[in-house]
Design a protein around this ligand. Structure first.
Ligand SMILES: [Ca+2]
Length: 223
């Protein structure tokens, strides 16, 4: 089954799209969101799988901005297995947030003219959804107020210092600046990635928009 929705703002108003619920069969049922009126427009994101909002801070989805005045949403589901689906809300003259029910994720003030959030102390990111020091650094680090992040004790890693380095760890790499950026590849679903040395190799995946099959990140370029 395939469904498409076109949100037509008509007067080039920025559209904010909030993913309030999402549960599709991971790797098989996909949602594509474009900034424009067709699949040939700029691909903002591809989603597949489940999102557990408010449970894991790093899994919250920040809203998407369609600046062209239109947004095109395409859903593809294969015949084999269905989940509960998704709820996407859109608004004009609004700000980034992890939920359509909250301004700036509940951690800041929204300027509807500019569409920018002013975050409360201790919060960052364009949607004020990223605590500077998650979980108070888990007791394994100190909050660096100048750099707005945890400074982990030796042997601990992660944004909240909760992971033992010797057991392997993962960290989010902030793409900078926020898209559009030549350093951020177009969205895709069901891709694979490996880390080798100081590089992340990303390959494959589903996308309607032509994308490079292989993308190589230099981890150090983000630091
Ligand atoms: Ca399916």
């Amino acid at each position: 089954m395939q469904c498409t929705w076109l949100i037509d703002g008509a007067d080039n108003r920025t559209i904010q799209l909030y993913v309030d619920d999402f549960a599709t069969e991971c790797g098989w049922d996909h949602v594509y969101i474009y900034d424009g009126d067709s699949v040939y427009s700029n691909l903002l994101a591809v989603y597949s799988g489940m999102v557990q909002l408010d449970k894991f801070a790093t899994h919250n989805l920040t809203s998407l901005e369609a600046k062209s005045g239109s947004a095109y949403v395409h859903f593809y589901s294969d015949a084999a297995y269905n989940m509960t689906g998704f709820k996407i809300t859109y608004k004009y003259h609004s700000c980034p947030s992890i939920s359509s029910a909250l301004n700036c994720s509940g951690n800041g003030a929204c300027d509807p003219e500019s569409g920018l959030c002013t975050c409360n102390a201790g919060w960052g990111g364009r949607a004020c959804s990223e605590p500077h020091c998650p979980r108070d650094c888990s007791g394994h680090g100190e909050c660096d107020q100048q750099r707005h992040r945890c400074r982990c004790h030796r042997g601990y890693r992660g944004s909240d210092c909760s992971q033992l380095e010797e057991e392997g760890f993962w960290e989010l790499l902030p793409p900078s600046p926020y898209p559009p950026s030549k350093y951020v590849p177009a969205g895709r679903a069901s891709h694979a990635a490996i880390i080798k040395g100081d590089s992340i190799w990303l390959f494959g995946g589903e996308s309607f928009t032509p994308t490079a099959f292989v993308v190589k990140y230099d981890i150090n370029a983000f630091l």
